[in-house]
Design a binder for this molecule. Sequence first.
Ligand SMILES: [Zn+2]
Length: 324
Amino acid sequence: MIQSLSGQIVLPDRILPGTLHFDRHIQSIEPGTACDQTYILPGFIDGHVHGGDGADTMDGVDAIRHLARFHMRHGTTTLLPTTITRPWSDVIFALHAVAEAMRHPDPDGPHIHGAHLEGPFVSPHKLGAQPPFTIAPSPDKLAEMMAIGCVRVVTLAPEIEHAESAITSFAKAGIRVSLGHTTADYDTALSALDKICACGGVPGGTHLFNAMLPIEGRKPGPVTALMCHEASYAEMIFDTHHVHPASFKLASKLMQNRLLFVTDAMRGAGQADGPSTLGGQDVLIEGGVVRLPNGSLAGSVLTLDQALRNAVTHGKSLIEQAGW
Ligand SMILES: [Zn+2]
């Protein structure tokens, strides 16, 4: 059945007032004089999202469907439910839940493309808000998680034991390797990015600037490696708390379409300020910022429509940032 929607239609080259006619695909665009200021945009893709509206990926399949529906109300049409560093059996449970959600898609929910495995294959020295259950990506662990068949992105610290062989296995299996929660310096990060490419993979970085060494003149760090490596993508949590607007402008200028917004949202997204939990840890949400008791940022309460608003507020055009 053909449906219609009127408003400001954001096209690759202009914003057109008019009416969009569609079923599963766009059938036609009828220019008009719509004074409705609603913007009609392509659906967002969130490659790193733990939760929302009280639900968390680690809670199981019902929670995954619930958080997915919450983010769809904010314009996300494809997402990767994201695990957190917990005991291995909890991680495997969550991956089975994502696989189940993919096998039985929610007709009223967004497309679940697969899982993002964030931890446990990360550095114990750059946990950020990850609980301290890091382990090495040994061949048996890799075989167990890859057999479930739902992981599309793995956050990996390239300096940990077995990382090199894991990079080869992931890249060959078509799983994106995203450097993150890492103490790697520039050279280590760059050689990992090159290795991912050499194995036929697509390299990337997890929440650029966060949980990795900063840029210094004589120590350019993984941030510079990711920004300058032409084949690499990088995620950014642009809630203006995780990343300063000037750092967003710098990365955006250098990376352009290689910079991808993610939410890294936790279960408190869409809920009132107050206490919540992340990966079994108590956190406090206050004024749009989530922190552990020690003051570390602990995920976000961001949604991708807000990330887009933030980008436009800080100088990007809607067309440029809409994902065309
Ligand atoms: Zn995360």
